[in-house]
Write a protein that binds this ligand. Structure first.
Ligand SMILES: CC(C)(COP(=O)(O)OP(=O)(O)OC[C@H]1O[C@@H](n2cnc3c(N)ncnc32)[C@H](O)[C@@H]1OP(=O)(O)O)[C@@H](O)C(=O)NCCC(=O)NCCS
Length: 156
């Protein structure tokens, strides 16, 4: 069984490494992964300035979600599942939590700057395409931007 809970700031480093392992499933090289590290680092500030949740299965952390809210707009900043736990509903569970967390903070739209490999996952869960966005990590790289109308999603 998978349960969700808030992480503890002491777990920040473990969570960063989980994000790195998860991002690497798309086959990126070491240079690209190193460039991604700052964006994938879970910081002490994240615990104060965003909504965080982790998934636990068999006493192990197997996923993380992070939502940053700015008034009516929420950004899904991180959604990462441990490679060994992919395809078992954890991503969906964390996504549903993110939708509810964004709603609780008063957001009406959730934006997602997606890894190209994950874009179909978000489309499957109801997000729609909203153009592309320049990568903050690699100059000249563009990522699919998606958005979810939070009013249009049934409460979980
Ligand atoms: C994208 C990710 C979070 C999905 O997590 P997951 O736990 O494997 O997904 P789930 O098992 O909850 O899948 C939910 C549904 O989405 C589908 N799905 C999952 N990944 C998919 C993908 N890459 N493309 C298309 N559909 C996908 C599943 O088939 C499932 O559909 P179903 O309900 O009809 O059976 C996971 O692949 C991941 O962590 N990837 C690496 C990190 C990453 O890129 N994160 C996103 C950053 S923007």
């Amino acid at each position: 069984m998978t349960t969700l809970c808030m992480p503890h700031p002491d777990q920040a480093e473990l969570l960063t490494e989980l994000c790195m392992r998860s991002k690497a499933i798309w086959g990126y090289d070491a240079t690209f992964m190193a460039a991604c590290r700052p964006a994938l680092t879970v910081t002490a500030d994240d615990f104060q300035q965003s909504e965080l949740q982790i998934a636990i299965r068999h006493d192990r952390i197997v996923g993380i979600a992070q939502v940053v809210c700015h008034g009516e707009i929420a950004e899904l900043d991180k959604l990462f599942v441990e490679p060994e736990a992919l395809g078992s509903g954890i991503g969906r569970k964390l996504f549903d939590w993110s939708v509810e967390a964004a709603r609780r903070k008063g957001a009406t739209i959730m934006t997602i700057d997606a890894d190209p490999g994950a874009a179909d996952f978000y489309r499957r869960l109801g997000a729609i395409d909203d153009g592309v966005i320049a990568s903050t990590v690699i100059p000249g790289r563009f990522l699919p931007r998606l958005k979810l109308d939070l009013a249009g999603v049934r409460a979980a």
